[in-house]
Design a protein around this ligand. Structure first.
Ligand code: OAD
Length: 251
């Protein structure tokens, strides 16, 4: 047995891959996407989160991400984030956290074995050249930000948030890191835990299948049963900030 009731027992041979979504940051005051009052309620996602939307109306896109920067800037990690940082401390290389969140709160909480699948709200990059993304906390209210290296060679190029938008591919290196972890974990006791995600955006939503194919025990902690709940062996309904701090037991 690898679990007892509502406790996820972690043994010396357990490899734990955690996938988080917007629900983990809800108790920090950051809006989710698909809940009532969520970010996609007032916007068509493609308008503010696709390359086509950015080409059509970059002011609207920067207003959206500027507002998200202002909102997230005042938020701190919650008890759910802290619990995941603590479990990384215990497991070390036997832990990997893949997140769909762009708010950066897992890193603030202390997670280092972290893959930010959808980018980071606090980074900006050029929409034209491949200069590396850089840290940027401005909300760019007033004027659209432009790329200076591009301007230096006579090209007018807009900067954009370093977020993976709809229609864009995830960084293959990020997915490869998660897959390599699952491959290694499959040689041990592999556990896959998803937290606070509606499980509708791929490829992240497919990771539970990847884990199951490798024989993982699969757990889901979510406020309510999402469509894909039946793909998990165990489902615990509730808030991550309440469940995660008492979920893990070290054997
Ligand atoms: P969603 O908004 O789709 O789902 C959040 C899930 O968290 C829902 O199932 C809620 O029931 C649950 N939830 C809410 N509060 C919770 C809490 N306190 N504790 C536990 N669960 C809670 O967010 P994601 O699944 O993260 O992509 O969305 C995936 C992607 O879709 C996002 O990364 C974003 C979006 O389009 C991009 O912007 C590229």
């Amino acid at each position: 047995m690898h679990d007892d009731g509502d406790h996820l027992v972690l043994h010396g041979d357990t490899w734990l891959c955690v996938l988080t979504g917007a629900g983990v940051s809800a108790e920090s005051g950051i809006a989710t996407f698909r809940d009532a009052g969520g970010l996609w309620e007032g916007h068509r996602a493609e308008q503010v989160a696709s390359p086509e939307g950015f080409a059509d109306d970059p002011e609207l896109v920067w207003r959206f991400y500027g507002a998200r920067r202002r909102q997230a800037g005042g938020c701190s990690p919650n008890r759910g984030h802290a619990a995941l940082a603590a479990v990384e401390q215990r497991l070390g290389e036997r832990f990997l956290l893949a997140t769909q969140n762009v708010d950066g709160l897992h890193a603030v909480a202390g997670n280092r074995r972290l893959v930010e699948l959808h980018g980071n709200l606090w980074r900006t990059r050029c929409s034209a050249c491949d200069r590396p993304a850089f840290e940027d906390r401005s909300d760019h209210e007033g004027a659209l930000p432009r790329c200076e290296p591009c301007a230096a060679v006579g090209r007018d190029a807009l900067l954009r948030p370093d977020i993976v938008w709809f229609g864009e591919a995830l960084d293959p290196a990020d997915l490869a890191r998660v897959t390599a972890f699952l491959d290694e974990g499959a040689r041990h006791h592999l556990v896959f835990l998803a937290v606070g995600t509606s499980g509708v955006v791929y490829p992240a939503a497919g990771l539970v299948g990847e884990a199951r194919a490798r024989g993982a025990d699969t757990w889901l902690v979510n406020a309510e049963a999402p469509e894909n709940a039946r793909r998990f062996g165990r489902f615990l309904a509730g808030k991550s900030g309440e469940i995660l701090p008492r979920l893990f037991v070290f054997d």
